[in-house]
Design a protein around this ligand. Sequence first.
Ligand code: PLP
Length: 456
Amino acid sequence: MTALDSALARKDIAHHLHPQTNLRLHEQVGPLVMERGEGIYVFDTQGQRFIEGMSGLWCATLGFSQPRLAQAAYQQLLTLPYQQTFAHRTTQPVIDLAAALIERAPSTLSKVIFQSSGSEAIDSAIKLVRYYHTAIGQPQKHKLIARQRGYHGTTLAAASLTGLPNMHKGWGDPLADVIHVRCPHLYRQGQPGESEEAFSTRLAAELEQTILEHGPETIGAFFAEPVMGTGGVIVPPTGYFAKIQAVLRKYDILLVADEVICGFGRTGHYWGSQAMGLKPDMLTCAKGLSAAFQPISALLISDTIYQAIADQSNVLGGFGHGYTYGGHPVAAAVALETLALYDELDILGNVAAVAPRFQAGVRAFADHPLIGEARGIGLMAALEFVADKDSREPFPAHLKVAARVAEALQRRGVLLRALGDTLVMAPPLIIDAAQVEVILTAVAESLDEVYAELAQ
Ligand code: PLP
């Protein structure tokens, strides 16, 4: 039976508009309808089992069956399903979650505001950059710097920060105040023979040049994922963030660490900022904050920013920002239990135990004839496909090589994600050593299968 034969699939095609999907193609191929989850596995309506090798969208850190998170939600739903956080109101889960986050956060951060998604956290950060600089008498410092291939979400403002052309095509002009600088990807952006350190030095010099061209007095913040996720798991070169931060400090430009993917152990450290040496003035997180059991995100800010915006809200008579569901008590209760589970299950210990073999297995694919670069850190990795290893020429887009490998993997019961010329992997952080081997074996077989097809 094909997907199109089921009544459920026909209903989906009739009524549901799928994001990040070719809508006409969807009418032809229909949906993959998932029904239930167990550990790192999900099962479709036909009963086929898949390893969720992407944790959904990098988010289901604890897998798909965690009774304590279900209980936390149920208990809060019974007790008090909703309260707002506007105008002095709050609930205990929100108070406890804010305290738990600050306790775990990089030491530069002192206050938290909640939203429901990563994009909203980024929007809040953009607005706070403006509000803060206005509060300290520099309202002209509203331009933002982000990086090519960075991903920060899809609201108008977050999509404007995003440096992926596919997120801009067809949507009209992004916000004018965003400047994109070079992606820190040595394989694609390095010069022949350039060392990581020299590449970092060049990127910092380029950043400074860009700042001077636009006028440092107009630039409010630099947004960066510690390790780029959706851009293709780009781990920055040695020395990168130290050199970038020296430039930012010189011109009083805030650093916003977008930890929506990196936070909560994905890189092998609690925060990507710790893995990569960032000292952020603001930090956004989501996804792993609730292990994806509830939609919730958080924006953490430094005390310096807090003091300035608190004074400003006093002058203006209020802090004119917030969402109905920001600080939702059910989402907060689940997030609080998630943080407790990370500690109790020693999630960082598990990542430390399985990541070395995962990374070594992924790196070994660099020898495969289809692969130009194999890269990653912790439990995130990518394989970049090339038609020619020496020239690094990509395959023609119409061959859809990464997508074909992802399809071959799906037939083997492993879900990974093709993003342009790369195949990305980010399994749940509870994955065990045997399950890592299953993914690696399926990748090896799928690469060979597609290579044989291309060779014909
Ligand atoms: N920032 C980063 C680094 C992300 O990876 C994402 C989503 O993948 C977002 C922001 C946006 O999050 P959301 O999809 O929850 O709006």
